[in-house]
Design a protein around this ligand. Structure first.
Ligand SMILES: Cc1ncc(COP(=O)(O)O)c(C=O)c1O
Length: 410
């Protein structure tokens, strides 16, 4: 059938959904949208309808879709070598590790494939660090409302019951405190603590930046008890705050011992890392950790190209982030059901008085992709190349959607 005769995305939706329903594990609650391609900050469905992509694949497509410099890396590297394993050297891991070390202030880097795998690496570093002092020093202090991933280690320190309860028992040794509760942190960290793990801006928890005071206390306690301070920058880091990492927004900077990152790193090719100080790195010796796919030549070259572009983009991220939050704050003045607009750089949350699911669906219908986290918080993680015009368009659409929103009756 010629493409032009397909009238609506809906016509394509049913067979795609039916096939998935029959053959896929039913673990995702997808939005009713079948995407076909993207260009810049825009995505197109199978019927050709255009959507402004404010989600960027949950923070992955940092340079939007089809960026010419990334396309050219893929073309060139796929002809040369896609994979060679970590049995051998290739040209790009060392170069990328140097780049990350310089951007983060860390000394050594381990490459993996995803956020949760980066957290597993960090947790193994925490365990090995504690164990070499004392076998009872294995506890990890993390935060309520955090999200660190779906594998068992990362899940064990994820402070949201809904993700953990079907898989209990978790790994032993996870302790939780409320974000920004300095007293609780002080009461929980002790000589059994081997690590403190913190998202600088809680993403799945509802876009909550942590206070400088809390971070400073975490650093102080990690030093006092010889525990590793780990910053999970998987969602909030690698350019999204308008700096390379969110901890660089604090003045003076509060340095971690370990940083994890993933999402935007290779702009759609899976890649994550654990970066650590020299002293934390000594916890992992040869043979103690590894991966087959992590840090392949294609992924590393993509990330090197991304860093080159990012150097010039950082000011745009801060400016556009500020502009977007300013425009959303204007909307907040007009719609009393908007409780707060918050975030850093291009990681933005709009907290509503009611669940945001219908707003997300209405915005999608009107051609803007956002999502909702922690039930009440609309979340935008747009590509770093977003412009003022794109933001104006997003705000126009959200204004229309908010206008017809019906807050549920008491
Ligand atoms: C802060 C944070 N940590 C870890 C993860 C897990 O990353 P992945 O889904 O790549 O395993 C996520 C994913 O959303 C995240 O936001």
């Amino acid at each position: 059938m010629p493409a032009a005769t397909i009238p609506e995305a809906a016509n394509k939706l049913d067979p795609v959904v039916a096939l998935e329903k029959q053959y896929l594990l039913q673990n995702y609650a997808r939005y009713p949208l079948v995407l076909a391609r993207g260009k810049g900050c825009y995505l197109y469905d199978t019927a050709g309808k255009r959507y402004l992509d404010l989600m960027a694949g949950i923070g992955v497509n940092a340079l939007g879709h089809g960026h010419p410099r990334l396309m050219s890396v893929i073309r060139d590297q796929s002809r040369k070598m896609m994979h060679c394993s970590n049995l051998y050297y290739h040209e790009y891991q060392g170069r990328l590790a140097e780049r990350i070390a310089k951007a983060s202030g860390m000394d050594r880097v381990f490459f993996c494939n995803s956020g949760t795998e980066a957290m597993e690496g960090a947790l193994k570093m925490i365990r090995a660090h504690g164990r070499r002092m004392n076998p009872d020093k294995f506890e990890t202090v993390a935060l309520y409302d955090s999200f660190h991933g779906r594998t068992f280690g990362a899940l064990s320190i994820t402070g949201q019951e809904k993700y953990r309860r079907d898989f209990e028992p978790m790994l032993p040794g996870a302790r939780f405190v409320q974000r920004n509760d300095v007293t609780a942190l002080e009461q929980t960290v002790n000589e059994r603590t081997a690590g403190i793990v913190i998202e600088l801006v809680q993403g799945e928890g509802g876009i909550h930046p942590l206070t400088t005071q809390f971070l400073r206390k975490a650093r102080e306690l990690a030093d006092r008890y010889n525990a590793l301070l780990v910053f999970d920058e998987i969602q909030c880091g690698v350019g999204r705050p308008g700096t390379y990492f969110a901890y660089q927004l604090n003045d003076p900077m509060i340095m971690p011992d370990v940083v994890t990152a993933a999402k935007p790193l290779a702009c759609g090719i899976p890649l994550g890392f654990v970066a650590s100080s020299e002293s934390a790195s000594t916890a992992i010796a040869s043979g103690m950790h590894g991966t087959t796919f992590g840090g392949g030549p294609l992924a590393c070259r993509m990330a090197l190209e991304f860093f080159d572009v990012l150097d010039e983009l950082l000011p745009n991220i801060s400016q556009m982030g500020g502009y977007f939050r300013m425009r959303l704050t204007e909307l907040m003045k007009r719609y009393s059901f908007i409780k707060e607009v918050r975030g850093v750089g291009l990681m933005i949350g709009v907290e509503l008085e009611f669940p945001g699911k219908q707003i997300v669906l209405d915005a999608m219908e009107a051609g803007v992709l956002i999502n909702c986290t922690h039930e009440f918080v609309l979340r935008a993680l747009p590509p770093y190349i977003i412009t003022e015009q794109d933001i104006d368009r997003a705000v126009r659409v959200l204004d229309k959607v908010f206008k017809k929103a019906k807050p549920p009756q008491e």
